[in-house]
Ligand binder design. Structure first.
Ligand code: PHE
Length: 344
């Protein structure tokens, strides 16, 4: 090999190198160019250097010096380019394109039904209530039998139950949690049981086959209907407004006696009558009553010693009247345009 050939190869590398280095626009490209030019194993420069040993002895010194000069020039060009790439973007990634259209950030919000549940829980928590939970798949006994539904009583049809098997149902209300709680914890008991319930209903403006309920239960010695009225009236004033009027109407549930439904003054028309309250001035918000002695006994409690009261409310209905939502189905659509209005 001749010195002239060795130098010609070096000159070619020195001539091409800078343009190839300048063409690298990302750290990945830069790394590839560096490896190709001055890489230890397979770079062009190390290929040329292999020829050094084949040169006549007297030429090696000059050849080595030339090679070093080219190597240093390439390395400083590489270093400079790497700094420029890093400066063009903090991550060393592709260059930031400020003309790109922005991307919308979707911020999650609490669902209006969850907002209502959280608020109801907060109000009752101040009164010493804790949370109790039960399974959504129940036995017939917990959903009906223990709650004093007579076998084959037409009231069971009313619930239009979804059966999972011979003795398994999707609970039609949260009232089975009353029985489970009383079986587990000795009185005094003060619990709220929020959860989903299921009925064989089709979706329409005011019905859904699955919806949330909040059950309340108080059992102790000497608990009376006056406690029920006072507590639920207090709740309505805290939840709606301090001047909201309430009324109790006699009702019937197999598991309470006596039973009452509580109405609150319509929040939209304040009692004068509108579409939301169907011109009545009142909106029903919950069912309630004194726990039937048969329920206490089914849960293993002495109904001569203990009394209690319970209620069940539907937070979706409450959300509808509170936020003026015209159709219950909107609550199930997961439409972000609707839901994000409730961002806090
Ligand atoms: N479980 C009843 C329902 O589903 C509501 C209720 C609960 C009524 C507790 C009285 C007491 O409608």
């Amino acid at each position: 090999m001749l010195l002239a050939d060795f130098i010609a190869a070096l000159d070619q590398l020195a001539a091409e190198g800078p343009a190839r280095i300048a063409a690298a626009t990302s750290l990945d490209e830069w790394t590839a160019v560096r490896n190709a030019l001055v890489g230890r194993q397979s770079g062009t420069l190390s290929g040329i250097m292999e020829g050094l040993g084949k040169l006549p002895k007297e030429d090696r010194r000059e050849a080595g010096q030339r090679a070093n000069t080219v190597k240093q020039a390439l390395e400083s060009a590489l270093e400079e380019r790497r700094g420029a790439i890093a400066a063009s973007s903090a991550t060393g990634g592709p260059v930031l394109d400020l003309s790109m259209p922005g991307r919308r950030e979707w911020v999650g919000t609490v669902h209006p039904v969850s907002l209502v549940i959280d608020e109801v829980i907060a109000i009752f928590r101040e009164l010493g209530f804790t949370i109790a939970l039960g399974p959504e798949a129940e036995t017939g006994w917990y959903n009906f039998g223990a709650l004093n539904f007579p076998e084959d009583h037409p009231a069971m049809d009313l619930h239009d139950t979804l059966y999972l098997g011979d003795d398994a149902v999707l609970r039609t209300h949260t009232s089975p949690v009353q029985v489970r709680t009383l079986q587990t914890y000795p009185p005094p008991v003060r619990v709220l049981a929020p959860g989903n319930v299921y009925r064989r209903d089709f979706f329409d403006a005011s019905h859904a086959p699955m919806f949330a309920q909040i059950e309340g239960l108080v059992v102790d010695e000497g608990v009376t209907f006056a406690d029920l009225k006072a507590t639920l009236t207090h709740f309505a004033r805290r939840f709606f407004s301090a001047t909201t009027r309430t009324r109790f109407r006699p009702s019937f549930f197999p598991f309470t006696e006596p039973s009452a439904e509580m109405d609150v003054e319509c929040g939209v028309c304040h009692g004068s009558g509108c579409a939301v309250c169907k011109q009545s001035g009142w909106v029903e918000i919950l069912g309630s009553g004194m726990v039937h002695p048969a329920v206490l006994e089914a849960a293993g409690l002495d109904s001569e010693k203990y009394t209690g009261w319970a209620f069940g409310m539907g937070p979706a209905r409450t959300a509808i009247s509170r936020y003026g939502i015209p159709d219950i189905r909107i609550l199930y659509d997961s439409d972000v345009r609707f839901l994000e209005q409730f961002a806090r």
